[in-house]
Design a protein around this ligand. Structure first.
Ligand code: UDP
Length: 239
């Protein structure tokens, strides 16, 4: 595909659930490899890519809180889970010879570099894929909020939110066969209709910074590339 990409710099949000494939827990390496190949295609188009990975396939803080444990400790466990996923995705990208760096919001210098905006811009300028690990580094947040935050910090022109389906629907398309996919929505409409796309804090942060959110299926091979080339199946959330 020779057409110029729609965006030069994007942030991809991949949930932990996406990485686990059909296993029900943990990381399916074949799925991580496939997502890495999609990122490689974006790089081949000259698009600069930052990636925020979730951790829900391994641990969510609320699982501790719901059983009477300390939420903050649970969230620390969840943030560490995102580091495991980030290392897995980085490994898949390096297998494809894609230069990749993991920047963590929680310092762990023996394992990966620490996040800073300056380091992010430096690595992007060298053509590296930057994987943001550790969420925002704070409890009571999600990796969706981390995605909106890092997108703003790296100057991303769009947030690509990879989900289980190919956009935002009027109802859950897995339960309601008549559900229809929205082509376009505004950030305000997503918030007012309470559409479960990203959490409210993430959508509000994207709105404040005028960053479009493109909701697409993370499981559709080549979907990321097709949307960057101006096609593909998606819902675009913008001003
Ligand atoms: N988390 C956190 N702060 C953040 C990001 C994540 O405390 O800034 C914790 C939280 O416990 C969350 C877990 O890490 O449940 C995994 O992140 P998330 O649920 O967003 O992952 P995803 O649903 O995308 O797999």
């Amino acid at each position: 595909m020779s057409s110029a990409p729609l965006y030069k710099r994007v942030l991809l949000k991949a949930s932990g659930e996406a990485l686990m494939g059909s296993q029900g827990f943990g990381i399916d390496v074949a799925v991580a490899d496939r997502i890495a190949s999609d990122i490689a295609e974006a790089r081949a188009m000259g698009v600069e890519v930052g990636v925020v990975v979730g951790g829900g396939n391994i641990f969510r803080g609320v699982a501790v809180a719901s059983k009477g444990g300390d939420r903050v400790t649970g969230d620390h466990m969840g943030m560490l889970a995102t580091v495991i996923n980030a290392l897995a995705l980085a490994t898949s990208l390096r297998k494809l010879d894609i230069d990749t760096v993991v920047l963590s919001a929680i310092a762990m210098p023996e394992i990966c570099e620490s996040f800073s905006q300056r380091a992010t811009l430096y690595h992007l300028s060298l053509g590296r894929v930057v994987i943001f690990a550790g969420g925002t580094g704070n409890p009571f947040f999600t990796t969706d909020s981390a995605a909106a935050l890092r997108a703003a910090e790296m100057g991303a022109e769009a947030i690509f939110k990879g989900t289980q389906v190919d956009g935002i629907y009027s109802a859950d398309p897995k339960k309601e066969p008549t559900a229809t996919r929205f082509e376009k929505l505004t950030h305000d409409e997503v918030l007012q209709k309470g559409l479960a796309v990203m959490d409210v804090a993430a959508v509000a942060l994207a709105r404040e910074n005028h960053i479009p959110i493109i909701v697409f299926s993370i499981h559709e091979k080549g979907g990321f590339r097709d949307i960057l080339a101006g096609g593909g199946r998606k819902t675009v959330v913008s001003d």
